[in-house]
Write a new protein. Structure first.
Lengths: 253, 308
């Protein structure tokens, strides 16, 4: 195993993040604070209690998940797209590095960034609403698993994209709408039956509910279904990455 | 002389159906400078990519310093440094950071002394803390070479090293390449500057339309394929060549003021003295004369134009 290479890629990616740390952290913290002001303080007061939890506390897991999903996809896709765009990918392709080590370096760094952002958002939320975490180990496991899985998805997206527009398609047009419609700000039990059935086809519902279960012990779907869904998506992303390196898709001529 | 790089039956056809490289065999000797000459699109960069791993190898076998580039890719790639045609790196990084990145990527532990030596040898040490985007074009090009040397390769590929580089910098780069060869690094460079190959190479390969036309020692090649020319500056311009001189391969240049005789310098009878006597006999007077060896460029143009 070429651990020096994994470290080199990881440090390179983290250094890039640290160069714009203020912007990287300030932006999600600001948007989360705005969500709490609008949904927590302004609208939340009218919402009462959902499944035994105040509305402000109820939206905390959804908001963390919203940031984790978008940041994971953005960071990981940008990480691999940038050397492809600048041409610097030649160095990675010609180095004695296995595909596993390349993925570990890029996706490992992107996952670290997402987890740090998730932790910062949790701390920011604490300034606005009191919340509890009933099962911190499961919460951490969900956080890491979701961040890693969506960073893998972002990596695949970054390899697939051949222009900047395609790079922003998934976070803007897929991840954000699915998260908003996936119960980040409401329980899908509050929806009419037809829309509740439709919502069950949205994979993000399972991520948010599994994460919320680790906080409050309550969710719209069983926690094992959530775990199965995220593991299934992880397996799909791993298969795509394996295929990319086996065929050299959009990496090698 | 031992072989450091062996290319056996390697070919490449891209998904578009374009055959970039026809089945090719090539051996590179340890410690030599090998120049691969060819026009744009000849297959030079594809061949380099196949050796270095940036292009998928589907047919044939490549052995680099004793290691198969596919089955033992870690060992093989650790021995190879690649300087691409374009300056391709993250411009927001510092010189020092990108050097450390390159060394780590090739699986080596930190060695600041080696990186310092490389940067100093390329006159970049003073710029180690500078961001790459602030470097001049020439410095960026030298940095690409420094990155490729960060992991102490025994084979170095230079893909068009002096494309877009001014004359002075080109001369510096040539001196640097010779210095690398003297330190034991085998160098394979692609170029379409014939002058560069003529100046640097020990051996030359000519590639055109994906086919390696020939591989030969530079001096042998120039002797074998290069003729000489006798140029006579005439006292009076000629309108045409006298028919009595038809036995000689003569041409008129500069509006009849220069007579050029092309001959084979290694032939037993070059015909020079016969020509001079014949000129006197037909009354053609000249005020000066000199001979010239045809350049590698003449040979290259002649070789490439022979391929249909």
């Amino acid at each position: 195993m070429n651990l020096h290479a994994v470290q080199a890629i990881y440090h390179f990616e983290m250094a890039r993040w640290f160069r714009t740390l203020g912007q990287s952290l300030f932006s999600p913290v600001l948007s989360t604070s705005l969500y709490f002001i609008v949904f927590g303080a302004a609208i939340g007061g009218q919402m009462g209690v959902i499944e035994g939890v105040s509305y402000g506390a109820f939206i905390v897991p959804g908001l963390v998940m919203l940031s984790i999903l978008t940041e994971s996809v953005s960071n990981a896709s940008f990480g691999i797209y940038m050397p492809k765009w600048s041409g610097a990918i030649y160095e990675i392709l010609s180095a004695p590095v296995s595909p596993f080590e390349v993925v570990l370096g890029f996706v490992g760094a992107a996952t670290t960034k997402s987890i740090v952002i998730g932790a910062v958002i949790l701390m920011t939320a604490r300034l606005f609403v009191p919340y509890e975490i009933q099962n911190p180990i499961l919460m951490a496991a969900f956080l890491v698993l979701t961040a890693f899985t969506f960073c893998l998805f972002g990596f695949v997206l970054g390899v697939w994209a051949d222009n900047w527009e395609k790079l922003s398609i998934a976070p803007l047009l897929i991840i954000t709408p699915l998260t908003f419609l996936g119960g980040a700000f409401y329980s899908i039990g509050m929806l009419p039956e037809f829309w509740r059935t439709v919502a069950l086809f949205n994979p993000v519902v399972y991520l948010i509910n599994g994460f919320r279960w680790s906080f409050y012990g309550t969710a719209d779907v069983p926690v094992w279904v959530s775990l199965t869904m995220i593991t299934g998506f992880l397996a799909l992303c791993l298969s795509l990455v394996w295929w990319i390196f086996r065929t050299g898709y959009r990496l090698k001529a | 002389m031992s072989v450091i790089l062996s290319i056996e039956g390697v070919s490449k056809t891209y998904a578009t159906g374009v055959q970039a490289l026809q089945p090719t065999d090539l051996s590179i000797n340890r410690g030599e400078i090998f120049a691969l000459l060819g026009p744009n699109g000849a297959g030079k960069t594809s061949l380099i990519g196949l050796v270095c791993g940036t292009v998928r190898l589907e047919a044939g076998r490549i052995i680099a310093d004793g290691a198969d580039t596919v089955r033992q890719y870690r060992r093989a790639r650790a021995k190879i440094g690649l300087v691409p045609q374009e300056v391709s790196t993250d411009s927001f990084e510092t010189v020092w950071a990108t050097m450390r990145f390159s060394r780590g990527l090739f699986g080596l532990s930190r060695n600041d002394a080696h990186l310092e030596k490389v940067l100093k040898s390329l006159s970049l040490w003073e710029k180690r803390e500078a961001k790459i985007q602030t470097l001049s074009g020439g410095m960026k090009r030298r940095l690409m070479i420094a990155k490729a040397l960060s992991h102490e390769p025994s084979i170095l590929f230079l893909d068009e090293p002096s494309a877009g580089v001014d004359v002075e910098l080109r001369r510096d780069m040539w001196a640097m390449v010779r210095g690398l060869r003297d330190s034991g690094v085998t160098i394979i460079l692609t170029t379409h500057y014939i002058e560069e190959a003529e100046e640097l190479a020990d051996r030359i390969g000519v590639i055109n339309k994906g086919r390696l036309i020939l591989v030969e020692e530079k001096t042998t090649l120039m002797k074998r394929l290069g003729g000489r020319k006798l140029k006579l500056h005439l006292a009076q311009p000629l309108a045409s060549i006298d028919p009595r001189l038809a036995d000689f391969n003569l041409t008129l240049e500069q509006d009849g003021r220069r007579l050029v005789y092309a001959f084979d310098s290694v032939a037993e009878d070059t015909g020079v003295s016969r020509l001079l006597r014949s000129l006197e006999a037909v009354g053609v007077d000249y005020k000066d004369l000199h001979t010239e060896q045809s350049s590698l460029e003449d040979i290259f143009v002649s070789l490439v134009s022979q391929i249909p």
